[in-house]
Design a protein around this ligand. Structure first.
Ligand SMILES: [Zn+2]
Length: 78
C-alpha cells in the first residue's frame, strides 16, 4: 500500500481490472438512483465496481440534478 497504484481492485487486490462505462446505482436515503454511463473500474476477478475520478464527478453531478428536481417538486418519472 506504499506505492501509488490506482489500478488494483480494492476488494480483492487483483490487478485484472478494466475501465468501462456502466450504470452505477447510488443510494440516497431510501431511494436508489441508477446513474447511466459512469466511468468505472471493474474487477474481472470479483466483479467489484468502483467509479473512476471522472465517474465519481459524473455521479455527483447527477445527484445534484436529482436534488434540484426534488426541490422543484418536479419529481415524477425518473
Ligand atoms: Zn477484485
Amino acid at each position: 500500500m506504499t506505492k501509488k497504484s490506482g489500478k488494483l481492485c480494492e476488494a480483492c487486490g487483483g490487478q485484472n481490472t478494466k475501465i468501462h462505462l456502466t450504470t452505477y446505482p447510488v443510494k440516497m436515503g431510501e431511494k436508489q438512483i441508477n446513474v447511466g454511463r459512469v466511468s468505472a473500474r471493474e474487477c474481472m476477478d470479483c466483479y467489484a465496481i468502483k467509479p473512476t475520478k471522472a465517474g465519481q464527478e459524473k455521479i455527483e453531478r447527477c445527484m445534484m440534478t436529482f436534488m434540484s428536481l426534488l426541490d422543484d417538486d418536479n419529481f415524477g418519472s425518473v
